[in-house]
Write a protein that binds this ligand. Structure first.
Ligand SMILES: [Mn+2]
Length: 372
């Protein structure tokens, strides 16, 4: 998988670092410090390194996928509501809206998708789980065709018709995949999740109960970070999702009122979301779903945040709803997403930010005016 006529130690280091998902800036950094002066980048599909050492990104992705596929170790064990006492004490009505769960993916490991489906089936009350919709943004991994079909028919022996499939004929990006999933959904509420997740016990009830109270809230659960290699779980504390002038989203504190409540089971208002969202299906349509003009992903979550707040809704983080999210070693689409991020951020600025849009250009180091 690697052709290394250059220093093999160097190549191994590259492969390891790449597998760990080091950002490209770190590689360039190594070059600058004179450690590997010959290093440079080569296209979106591979790295051309010193000498003729080429590490194919695709080969690495396949290796990682095989590694994950070999780890069918059963589901992770989670306790209800992230083990927070106040969450454990909460009771939810039996009569809640139904939920359609959308799982979006591009070249995901088969075992990961199976884990997601199984954990959603096990941990969502059957009378509330309307369907699981798999949206494939034109993956090339063949496991995701035949073997996944076989798994779906196995599931259908137990729960006929539970899993629906949507497959893009060409790659359209994650934002479009989310929209396709929403279009296919028929439940009262739609949860749009990545496929590399597992849900905790009682993940759905806090979300559905909150939407039953107020159909204009767009919700997000609290994530755990799961290491891609050893599946070790790192818990995140509940936090809001804000963004900077480059329109990169980031965790930030809730408003002071939330901390004064001294109750970790209370939803907290948030400017935006990280990407995973749970929303009343029809309300989401009324406010325009996601911006279909966004490329790949990045920025669409900030745009949604602004739109929800300006269109009469609000965004909340729900701490009693927990989802474990596997940190991907290899990001699909492009190794460096900053190009589409910049483009998407400028789109958000043009649409929503009026006289503040120059701040976004400054944050991206772009000229305020193009000279004729
Ligand atoms: Mn993800």
């Amino acid at each position: 998988m690697e052709q290394c006529s250059a220093d093999p130690v160097f190549c191994a280091a590259i492969a390891e670092g790449y597998g760990r998902g080091w950002p490209s800036s770190q590689w360039q950094g190594l070059g600058q410090f004179g450690l590997y002066p010959g290093m440079r980048f080569w296209g979106p599909c591979g790295l051309l390194l010193a000498g003729n050492c080429t590490v194919s990104e695709q080969a690495l992705a396949v290796a990682r996928t095989e590694e994950l596929n070999s780890k069918e170790t059963g589901l992770m064990h989670f306790k209800q509501g992230g083990e927070t006492q106040r969450c454990l004490e909460r009771k939810y009505p039996k009569n809640l809206p139904t939920i359609s769960v959308v799982l979006i993916y591009l070249d995901e490991a088969l075992s990961i998708i199976k884990r997601a489906i199984r954990s959603i089936m096990d941990k969502t009350p059957p009378h509330l789980l309307k369907e699981i919709i798999l949206v494939d943004d034109n993956s090339s991994n063949e496991d995701l065709i035949g073997k996944l079909d076989a798994y779906v028919s196995f599931i259908h022996d137990e729960r006929p018709g539970l899993v629906k499939r949507v497959r893009h004929k060409e790659q359209m990006g994650l934002t479009q995949a989310r929209i396709s999933g929403w279009k296919a959904a028929t439940g009262d509420v739609v949860a749009i999740l990545d496929a590399h997740i597992e849900v905790h016990v009682e993940w759905a009830e806090p979300l559905l109960a909150r939407i039953k109270e107020d159909r204009t809230v767009v919700l997000t659960p609290v994530f755990d970070r799961v290491n891609f290699d050893d599946l070790k779980v790192i818990r995140y504390i509940p936090a809001a999702v804000g963004f900077d002038w480059a329109l990169w989203c980031m965790y930030e504190s809730f408003r002071p009122e939330w901390y004064k409540l001294n109750d970790e089971s209370q939803p907290g208002k948030s400017p935006s979301i990280m990407g995973i969202l749970v929303v009343d299906r029809l309300f989401f349509g009324e406010i325009g779903v996601l911006d279909g003009g966004m490329k790949i992903y990045g920025g669409e979550n900030v745009e949604l945040g602004i739109r929800v707040w300006l269109c009469g809704g609000s965004i909340e983080v729900v701490p009693c709803s927990k989802i474990a999210h596997i940190e991907r070693a290899h990001k699909p689409y492009l190794p460096d997403l900053s190009i589409t991020m910049k483009r998407n951020a400028l789109r958000v600025a043009e649409v929503w930010m009026d006289e503040y849009k120059d701040n976004v250009k400054i944050a991206w180091n772009l000229p305020l005016k193009v000279c004729p």
